[in-house]
Design a protein around this ligand. Structure first.
Ligand SMILES: [Zn+2]
Ligand SMILES: [Zn+2]
Length: 268
């Protein structure tokens, strides 16, 4: 199998060739057809997460060994199955749920693998999707994506889940009518689509890029705001304000580099 790997942090990825692994027991070998690039991948490639205020999280302290294959937004088809696998068959297509726990701790036993202190996340802890094959430890991490195009479906493993989790949380607020989405980039627009599906009130979108606001309006935003407008706070307040706001930007303008908010950063 081929894998584009980090061999040295912040240096170009290198194409390495390995024997394609054979799945054992409950494992499933996935032939990768699509893999998303998440902003967290850039941080991991650099070797650290910038936590702000001059603090950095060094990824090499979390057990990552080089060479390493990035990619936690993975979709593909089953190429081979281990001897214990009964539920899937070769050729079926799935999105891979990458947030895999150790399988033995109290969190994992409770079904909260996301909270596992020693996770086996594909693409951040274990080799991931920038390759033509990946081993998934169990078919329960394979999600049917229906008719959703596979290039889009793969992004739901992180970008989509991040947006969905945030929007779902706002729905617990009593009398939540006006939802403000801050940032109309990839994750923000995914949030807009999710909000249209599960939020029955108004959806407002704010972004400093008028072109993105236009896209947001075309995709169902009821109102849009540009934070460059000095009157923005007054305009939002004049309508009684938003009942809930989600920051999908996670960066402070204008000098710092833009950052795609990512579940991986929080879960890493
Ligand atoms: Zn665990
Ligand atoms: Zn991510």
């Amino acid at each position: 199998m081929r894998a584009m790997q980090i061999v040295e942090f912040a240096k170009p990825l290198k194409l390495n060739n390995y024997a394609t692994p054979a799945p054992k027991g409950s494992e499933v070998l996935i032939k990768i057809l699509s893999a998303g690039v998440c902003h967290s991948d850039l941080h991991i490639w650099e070797g650290f997460f910038d936590l702000g205020m001059g603090q950095k999280l060094d990824v090499s302290t979390r057990g990552m060994k080089l060479p390493f294959t990035l990619g936690h937004e993975i979709a593909g088809e089953v190429a081979a199955i281990g001897s214990d696998v009964k539920d899937v068959r070769v050729g079926q297509r799935f999105v891979v749920f990458p947030w895999i726990g150790c399988g033995t701790c109290a969190f994992c036993n409770d079904g909260d693998e996301l909270l596992c202190p020693t996770p086996r996340t594909l693409g951040t802890r274990r080799d991931g999707g920038y390759a033509d094959h990946v081993i998934v430890p169990h078919p329960r991490y394979l999600v049917d994506h229906g008719n959703t195009p596979i290039d889009l479906a793969c992004t739901y493993a992180c970008s989509g889940l991040t947006a969905y989790s945030a929007i779902r949380r706002t729905q617990k607020i009593k009398n939540m009518k006006k939802l403000l989405i801050i940032g109309a980039g990839g994750v923000g627009l995914a949030g807009l689509e999710v909000a249209r599906a599960i939020h029955d009130g108004e959806i407002w979108v704010a972004d400093i890029d008028e072109a993105k606001l236009k896209i947001a309006r075309e995709h169902g935003a009821h109102r849009t705001f540009n934070p460059k407008d000095p009157e923005i706070a007054a305009k939002i307040a004049a309508d009684g304000g938003a009942d809930s706001a989600i920051d999908f930007v996670g960066a402070r303008p204008p000098t710092s580099s833009p950052s795609r908010p990512c579940g991986a950063a929080a879960r890493w």
